[in-house]
Design a protein around this ligand. Structure first.
Ligand code: NAD
Length: 243
């Protein structure tokens, strides 16, 4: 489970759902500053592996997967729920985005999922499920989502290509696209309060919370979803269908 920062994190909603289904979990935390917030949540979920992971730090991702290989020998599912973009680039126009900011956002929010898939592949010898988090800003140009929309579009495309490549091994790859949810990361988006109010007013159902995302994630990792791969699955109270 990659991406728990606190109890509001989408990854925590997913972890709770997987735990309720009886899964044994490995949980990562960003760094020493994040550990005191994440470790108690991981302990509450009886996570047997709790390790640091900053995807920018060379070797840390490999060390986490090596621990999983040593302790468990295999892996059934992986949830990638991380994103980052420098504030100046996130709040600016795509047209003005810096090379460095774009590259960082792409590396942390998108290519890290590709690297995780590569390390997960040999551990998913009986098949498995790889999940990541996207947003409607991948499919439509949304005011206030900016550069992250381009990054999420690439992420969704990687999901399709990796689904194509890994299908023969029984490994399914899907993106989940939640509607706006108040979390630490979304708090960094421009005008987020207005976006969530607008979405809540338009959506036919109440907007999804982290437990709704968790329920979908647990389903997508289950045998019931055995014929679903390469998709972007929306869980947003129907916000994405409204014009
Ligand atoms: P969050 O702040 O709780 O989680 C973001 C996580 O990214 C944090 O745990 C943080 O430590 C991690 N992270 C950032 N840089 C990292 C790095 N270099 N290495 C490892 N981890 C790193 O926020 P969230 O809203 O739960 O975000 C989770 C995912 O859901 C993101 O991909 C986000 O884009 C996506 N998402 C969020 C919303 C929303 O409205 N909150 C909607 C759709 C999609």
């Amino acid at each position: 489970m990659i991406g728990i920062a606190n109890k509001d994190s989408i990854a925590y909603g997913c972890a709770k759902a997987f735990h309720a289904e009886g899964a044994e979990l490995a949980v990562s935390y960003l760094n020493a500053k994040a550990e005191p917030y994440v470790r108690p949540l991981a302990e509450g979920l009886n996570a047997s592996i709790v390790e640091p992971l900053d995807v920018r730090v060379p070797g840390q991702l490999e060390a986490l997967f090596e621990r999983v290989r040593k302790d468990w020998g295999r892996l059934d599912f992986l949830v990638h729920a991380i994103a980052f973009a420098p504030m100046a680039d996130l709040h600016g126009r795509v047209v003005d985005s810096s090379w460095d900011g774009f590259a960082q956002a792409m590396d942390i929010s998108c290519h890290s999922f590709v690297r995780m898939a590569k390390l997960a592949e040999p551990l998913m010898d009986k098949g498995g499920a790889l999940l990541t988090m996207s947003y409607i800003g991948a499919a439509k140009a949304m005011r206030d989502y900016g550069m992250m929309g381009a990054v999420k579009s690439t992420l969704e495309s990687c999901v399709r290509y990796m689904a194509l490549e890994l299908g023969e091994k029984g490994i399914r790859v899907n993106a989940i696209s939640p509607g706006p949810i108040r979390t630490r990361a979304s708090g960094g988006l421009k005008n987020f309060d207005a976006s969530i109010e607008d979405a809540a007013a338009k959506a036919p159902l109440p907007l999804a919370g982290i437990d709704d995302v968790g329920a979908l994630a647990a389903f997508l990792a289950s045998d019931g979803a055995r014929a679903i791969t390469g998709q972007t699955c929306y869980v947003d109270g129907g916000y994405s269908i409204v014009g």
